[in-house]
Design a protein around this ligand. Sequence first.
Ligand code: NDP
Length: 482
Amino acid sequence: MTTFDYDLFVIGGGSGGVRAARVAASETGARVGLAEESRYGGTCVIRGCVPKKLMVFASEFAHMPGTARSYGWDIGDGGFDWQAFSGRLKTELDRLEGVYRKLLSGAGVETFDMRATLADPHTVELADGTRKTARHILVATGGRPVKPDLPGAQWGIVSDDIFDLPELPDSILIVGGGYIACEFACILNGLGVQVTQYYRGAQILRGFDEEARGLIADEMRQKGIDLHTGTNIVAAIPAAGAADADESGFDIPAELLQERHGQGDAAYDGPVRVKATNGDIKTFDKLFFATGRKPNTAGMGLEALGVQLGRNGQIAVNEYSQTDVPSIYAIGDVTDRVNLTPVAIREGMAFVETVFRGNPTPVDHALIPSAVFTQPEMGTVGLTEEAARAQEEIEVYCTSFRPMMTAFADQPDRVLMKLVVSKATRKVLGCHIVAPGAGEMIQMAGIAIKMGATKEDFDRTVAVHPTMSEEIVTMRNPMRTA
Ligand code: NDP
């Protein structure tokens, strides 16, 4: 029988990889090695969900003094100190990285702080040239933000860079209309940055329920974000060097633009001049591309071994997260299935169950509740009204109103509660909430909907009063049927 250095070698120490390594080692007794080239905790902990959510909290205080005054508090507006916040943020992320390292060492996982690539179906090669063999290899290398291919894209930053800014810019242009673009538009607006957002499509947050997207766009504009839909960026140049070219800095063909401004000083940190598809030319302190992410598969030796990659570079896997090479598995964002931390963790757990406990367990990707941390938040589970309507006859229960807390303070904020119901089975097919705390609410609604709750089950549940979410169980008549 072949002997291997490890039963499992995991490449990538993010949420999915760490969970799989830890559980395989501590609960099944497997000998596990793990390599991470950057920081333990991965995108979610180091440059994603966690620091983002802390920034959401920081930005939400902006509105609180005004609201507090309406409730009788004698309180001034105060100011936001980015250095003070980001110092604490770094300390917290260091602490969390330490926790992740400890979890691995406590479980007996041997870690290597360096890049690993695949040499053969059972061998990984570490950056120092050492080779390690393993019965199973799990690729959990995640993804990274990508910039569009346009002249001057190098002058823009991506979400990874936001947390390390030495100071907050006065103004920023955010390009994109997805999760990251909209969340950071709201965060930075709350922190006092003048935010402009360009999205190429007709409405932000493509793929989410249309009514919910519309309300979020309205609320973002109402809170001061200069959101332009149907608008994209054509080119960017460093504003410092623009004036010497000509009045606008853009009055030359795109290929020359690239040449003229392409070799700039990599350390350039000044304002950026941007030309938009609508002809606008504007200068911003920072240009931020939130234009999607790409799986980290380049240069890993995957294709040479016969591991199939998809169009976006994602690893193709079956329902057990197994690639075309039987000893190689992949989980999380690198597979580009549902790119969310809790999903990567589920995939990691299912992998361990399948491979180390002999209990083949596919991951259930249906009815995953999720939240977009815009202001207001969106919580969503199941089908959008549009997708449900295309599938079957439905009833839509929906209400939009001014919530008690901010209505009292004469603020115009609106929230939305919506249920999409199957006419035939009465099952709630989708639930969409736009409201402060919607992420917390949808977690609970998600349980009922995952269990197959009907509209009548919702109706039988007594309301919690006075709350915003009580509307979810008190909507009597459908707003429309389709
Ligand atoms: P998304 O895919 O959600 O959004 C990318 C955006 O960029 C879209 O609006 C897209 O437009 C636009 N875009 C793409 N290419 C170009 C281009 N060449 N020029 C202009 N615009 C372009 O990616 P994100 O980076 O926002 O997020 C990545 C993933 O991370 C999400 O899908 C999600 O799974 C996860 N995530 C989850 C969060 C959460 O759960 N709260 C928070 C943050 C991220 P179009 O719509 O036209 O394609």
